[in-house]
Each structure stands twice: as structure tokens, then as C-alpha cells.
Design a protein around this ligand. Structure first.
Ligand code: CUK
Ligand code: CUA
Ligand code: CA
Length: 645
């Protein structure tokens, strides 16, 4: 929509912008007060029903993505946050950030890493402190059913400490974290889309993980100076239990991961088939590989006991090395040759192809999955003939997205462009038809794009409406804010033949991969259920202090504008557990609980229970107070904690 023709001070309906903003703010304030003064048991006024605005058509933002105030986005986006260790929820096409979901790194807003519940998910040392406080999320993907997202889970990697986190997409919280054994540099991640064998399992039950770095196996002090003995593994994690199911010992390394729609194949691009320890060694070969895993065969081998274990890990590791997998009829893996240090492997929405981008080669390689399966059946003489196309597309190709109309969109890091190319034409060109024009369009982006994705891209419902591009450098696109620049996420309209750059969005470093999909695929819950929390105090009368020697349990409830106890008496040296249940039922009525000088702050959402444990080692008066704006009497919402000397 264009404000400009009305003059920059006018909204389209002719209201002065200033007046419009004022009335919107006033409306917001009124709603806030209404919610605060609302009596127990009464429903909140419908501030935002969550329902789609009536006027929202399928592709309702034709040009200029600044939605009107109150207008909802048509897509949810899930963005990995990089080394802030979190996941970000965006509205697309507006690019507005809606939420950050802490996973691997503590978060002061919600108390992630402070509450006992979040510490249990994150993992603690014997002394109760967090095992890790840094993380590096790169790749994020969500669970599938019938080839589309089913809104159950998303998974994200931690490259630093080799962990996989799961996010529940009903509450938008991280509920499990698994540390993967025997690996370093866990990078690519992808859930399977169905079971390779069981017809009835048409949804995700496995999540695959690629590890980039080579390490000694086991990594316990031997082979330190012997890089030729270092190894990298490919890992399968159970989507439900989050246990590590199996691993595959491979030659070379893994990077990113893709899975086929029939559940039979997973693949990972390999940039260091050389096994180099320095970058010059890692780029010494002209070709590397894309490695394909035959899931059914690997699981048969595990079942048949054909595996090893390493060090303290009990995870079965099958042999996927080239030497042991030369016979296609028994091979667990296939190594397809791909030019120099490929980056990115992406599955086309028609289920036919995986695309590897060349990175150090200006090419994209299209691998035909049916042919890879033929090879495993012993019916394809040369695995190289699974390569359907290998075409030049530009300098520094990295990641590829799809529009569901046969076109691919690849980021060109060095050219600072996105190239749109047609897969069928690329195949014809490779087959010898030199008139086949496979490059459809190019667009400059700003600058040095890494990640890219299109709406619904890697699902069978790819809809070819929007493209988001994660640019690694923003340079002059935004006001300077010192040496650390914002990153730039750009939104491109891909509904037509030509790509149209629609908007820039500054983002805090350091987002990586992302997906975005139709909002109807999620049904978020906005209020918890007390029954889901074994520690919940359902009635303020059941709260209070219980003492068992030095162990003290404080059961508190919150209901705007008060905590159930106005004072809590403790003795110096007590080990105190505070269990706080938010009895407010109103959507968006979150309370916080902070204790000065004790380094404690966390929130409880409506009908949620959370707890903290600490030693009352400082005598004095400590005003525990609500940190989350909840009521006109929010500042008065306090409880006096008295620690006797
Ligand atoms: S990697 Cu960043 S440009 Cu971690 Cu996804 Cu490709
Ligand atoms: Cu409760 Cu602010
Ligand atoms: Ca290489």
C-alpha cells in the first residue's frame, strides 16, 4: 500500500498520522486497563481474537509490505538466531519480529536458564549450574505430515556444543535439548518427511544432523596429532523422545542436510572430502560430494547388530565409508560427486531433485533422486548419471529456495545477487540443448546473501509468493550504530516472472537459516493449563511456606495486582525453592518475579507454574517485585522477602 500519494503525514483514509497514532495508543491503553480491572472469572475483552481479518486474501499485500496497524501477517517465519542461541518468530511479509524463543542461551526476559524447569531442559552440572551458556543456532526445520508442516515441532542446531533443541509450536517454547555424542560442528538439520518403510507413518519421526568438523574417535586424548584418524559422523535423532538413534561413520564431512518426500533418502553436502585441517587443504580438490543415506538399509544394519560404539557413547555407529559401500546392492550410503566445496542441499517441492550449490564453483548441481534409488537397486551403472544438471549460475552460490512452479532461487554470495533459474531448462541445457535459457532473472540484494527461503519452499505446497533473503552485510542500508552493523533481511515478491525487492529489515546479528509458511498451519495456545504443571498451586489457600530443616519451599500464586503472600520470612543459609503459579487466566496477562541482589528474574504466563531454587546467603529485606507490566497497580505488585541473619 502506498501512503505517499496522500502525503507523508496522511494515512490512506485521510486521518492525520499523528491523530491516528494517538487514537491507536489510546485504544491500546484502554484495553490494557480493561484487562487489568477485569474481575476474576470474566473473559477478557477481545483485544486480538487471533482470527484472520476478513479482508485478508491469500496474497493480500501486493506491493509495499508495511501492513496497516492491527493487520496480521499471512505467514509465520521461524528464524535461527545464530550465536545469540535463540530462535526468532517473524511475521511475513511484514518482517516484524514477534518473539524470541531462547534455547541454548539464558534469556533474562523469560528467565530461561534461571528457572528450575528451563535449567532442566538446558542441562546442568552436578553443582546445579548450567552446563553451557553459549550456543550457535544455524539451521531450523519443522515437522512434516503429508509433505507439509503439521505445526507440532521445530528443531534447531547448536553448532558450538553439538546440541539439538526441539521447540513446541503450540506454546513456542523449547522443551528438549539433546547433546549429540562423537561429533563437533553440528550444522545442518532436517526432519524426515515420512517413514521409508511403514506406509502409515506419513509424518516426521526422525531428525537428521550433519557434523562438519573431524575429531578423533573417541575424542578423549588419543590421535591428537594424527588428523588422518579424525572422523565426522551423520546422526539420526528420534523426533519424539529426542534420543540419538544411530550414527553413520563417513568419509569426508557433513554440512547441510536435506530429506526426500518419500522418506527413503537423506543427504548432506560435503565440502571437506579432503579431510583437511587448514582451509587450503579443504579446497584442494576440484570436486567434493553430496552423500546420500539409505535410511531403511541403515536401520536394518543397526537392527542386525552391524555397528560399533565409541567411548562412553552407547549410540550404534554403522560404517558408511566409501570402502565398505562400494557395492550398490548392500551400500548404506552413496557419494555423488559435486564441484568444489558445495554449500547447501535443498529438496525441490516436486520431490524429484536435490540441488547442491557450488560455493567455490559458480554452478548448481541437480541430482535426480529416482536415479540415486536406481543405483541402490543395482540398476544404475554409474552414480554420476544421477546428476541431471550442472549449470553455471553465478559467483558464490550458497542456498536454494523453490517456488513450486519449477524455478529455483539461489543466493550468490560474491555477486550479491539472487538468481532465479528454471530446473527443467537447466536439465535440457546440460543434456545438450544450448538454446535452453535456464536463467530467468537476477536481482541485486544488499549485500552478500547467505540464506534464502521462499514461502512454503521445501514442502509440497510451495506457493511461490514471497522470498526472504538473509544478507550478511548491510553496510549503508541503515543508520550507522557503531562498528557492529545490523544485518539485512530483504523481502522479495516472487509472484511474477521478475523478482521485485519489496523491503529491507534490519535484524540483530546473527540470524541464519529460516522457514516461513502459511499461518493456518499453526494453532498457538495463548494460555497454559494448570494441569500441565505438577507443581502448580491451584488455590492461593494451598500456598505458603513449608520448612524441612534448611530446605524451604515457598508456594506462591500471582493474580493481578498481587502475589498471594505479601511477605516471606527466611533464615540465612536456607535452601529456598520458590514455586510461582500465575492464576490469572486472561490472555497476555503475564507476571514477572524478580528478587534484587539474588540475580533472579523470570516470568509466569497465564496459568503457568515456574520455580527457582537459591541459597538465602544474604540477610536483609529484599523486595521481590513483578517485572512484567500487568496492571495499573503493577508497581505495587511486590512481596517482601525477609532473610533473618
Ligand atoms: S550456513 Cu550460513 S550461509 Cu550455517 Cu546455513 Cu549457509
Ligand atoms: Cu504483575 Cu506486573
Ligand atoms: Ca573441498
Amino acid at each position: 500500500m502506498s501512503d505517499d500519494k496522500n502525503g507523508s503525514n496522511q494515512t490512506p483514509d485521510g486521518l492525520g498520522r499523528r491523530r491516528f497514532i494517538n487514537s491507536a495508543a489510546l485504544a491500546g491503553l484502554t484495553l490494557g486497563v480493561a484487562a487489568c480491572t477485569e474481575k476474576k472469572g470474566e473473559a477478557a475483552p477481545a483485544a486480538a481474537s487471533g482470527a484472520a481479518p476478513a479482508a485478508a486474501a491469500d496474497h493480500d499485500v501486493p506491493a509495499g509490505v508495511h501492513l496497516k496497524p492491527g493487520e496480521l501477517d499471512t505467514y509465520y517465519g521461524l528464524w535461527s538466531g545464530g550465536h545469540t542461541g535463540d530462535v526468532r518468530v517473524m511475521g511475513i511479509p511484514s518482517g516484524r519480529e514477534l518473539l524470541r524463543i531462547p534455547c541454548f542461551v539464558p534469556d533474562a526476559l523469560v528467565g530461561w536458564g534461571i528457572t528450575n524447569e528451563s535449567k532442566k531442559v538446558m542441562g546442568t552440572k552436578p553443582d546445579g549450574s548450567l552446563r553451557y551458556t553459549v550456543g550457535d543456532t544455524h539451521h531450523l526445520h519443522a515437522s512434516y505430515k503429508d509433505g507439509d508442516y503439521d505445526g507440532r515441532y521445530a528443531w534447531v542446531n547448536d553448532k558450538i556444543n553439538g546440541r539439538m533443541a526441539r521447540i513446541r509450536l503450540d506454546y513456542f517454547v523449547c522443551d528438549k535439548i539433546t547433546e549429540i555424542p562423537n561429533i563437533q560442528g553440528f550444522h545442518g538439520i532436517f526432519p524426515d518427511k515420512r517413514d521409508p518403510v511403514d506406509e502409515k507413518i506419513n509424518y516426521t519421526t526422525r531428525v537428521f544432523a550433519g557434523a562438519e568438523f573431524h575429531i578423533p574417535l573417541p575424542n578423549q586424548g588419543k590421535d591428537l596429532e594424527n588428523p588422518s584418524a579424525y572422523r565426522a559422523l551423520f546422526t539420526c535423532v528420534d523426533a519424539e523422545t529426542m534420543d540419538v538413534r544411530w550414527q553413520v561413520l563417513i568419509d569426508g564431512n557433513c554440512d547441510l542436510v536435506a530429506t526426500s518426500f518419500d522418506g527413503k533418502l537423506a543427504a548432506s553436502n560435503q565440502y571437506n572430502t579432503e579431510g583437511g585441517t587448514k582451509y587450503v587443504d579443504m579446497m584442494s580438490a576440484e570436486r567434493d560430494a553430496c552423500i546420500f543415506f539409505n535410511i531403511a538399509r541403515i536401520e536394518e544394519a543397526v537392527k542386525a547388530g552391524k555397528f560399533k560404539t565409541y567411548g562412553d557413547s552407547k549410540v550404534p555407529v554403522v560404517d558408511g565409508t566409501r570402502k565398505s559401500n562400494a557395492d550398490p546392492k548392500t551400500a548404506l550410503v552413496a557419494y555423488v560427486s559435486v564441484p568444489k566445496n558445495p554449500h547447501g542441499v535443498n529438496a525441490s517441492p516436486d520431490g524429484k531433485y536435490f540441488v547442491c550449490a557450488g560455493k567455490l564453483s559458480p554452478t548448481a548441481t541437480v541430482i535426480e533422486l529416482a536415479k540415486v534409488l536406481e543405483w541402490f537397486d543395482g540398476k544404475l551403472e554409474k552414480l554420476d548419471s544421477a546428476i541431471a544438471a550442472e549449470v553455471e549460475i553465478g559467483l558464490g552460490p550458497l542456498h536454494t529456495a523453490f517456488d513450486g512452479r519449477g524455478n529455483a532461487y539461489t543466493t550468490l554470495f560474491l555477486d550479491s545477487q539472487v538468481v532465479k533459474w528454471n530446473i527443467d531448462s537447466a536439465i535440457k541445457f546440460t543434456a545438450g540443448d544450448k538454446n535452453a535459457k535456464y536463467v530467468v532473472d537476477r536481482i541485486d540484494v544488499h549485500y552478500q546473501p547467505g540464506h534464502i527461503n521462499a514461502s512454503q519452499s521445501e514442502t509440497k505446497n510451495a506457493d511461490g509468493k514471497w522470498l526472504a533473503v538473509g544478507c550478511k552485510f548491510s553496510k549503508d542500508r541503515f543508520l550507522p550504530v557503531g562498528p557492529l552493523h545490523a544485518e539485512n533481511e530483504q523481502i522479495i515478491d516472487i509472484s511474477g516472472e521478475k523478482m521485485k525487492l519489496i523491503a529491507d529489515h534490519p535484524v540483530r546479528g546473527e540470524p541464519h537459516d529460516f522457514i516461513f509458511f502459511k499461518r493456518d498451519l499453526l494453532r498457538p495456545k495463548q494460555v497454559y493449563s494448570l494441569d500441565d504443571f505438577p507443581l502448580a498451586t491451584k488455590d492461593p489457600k494451598d500456598g505458603g511456606i513449608t520448612r524441612n530443616g534448611k530446605k524451604v519451599t515457598v508456594r506462591l500464586t500471582s493474580q493481578a495486582p498481587a502475589f498471594s503472600m505479601t511477605e516471606v520470612k527466611l533464615k540465612k543459609g536456607d535452601e529456598v525453592t520458590i514455586i510461582l503459579t500465575n492464576l490469572d487466566k486472561v490472555e497476555d496477562l503475564t507476571h514477572g518475579f524478580a528478587i534484587p541482589k539474588y540475580n533472579i528474574n523470570f516470568i509466569v504466563n497465564p496459568q503457568e507454574t515456574a520455580s527457582v531454587t537459591f541459597i538465602a546467603d544474604k540477610p536483609g529485606v529484599f523486595w521481590a517485585y513483578c517485572t512484567h507490566f500487568c496492571h495499573a497497580l503493577h508497581l505495587e505488585m511486590r512481596s517482601r522477602i525477609i532473610v533473618e541473619a
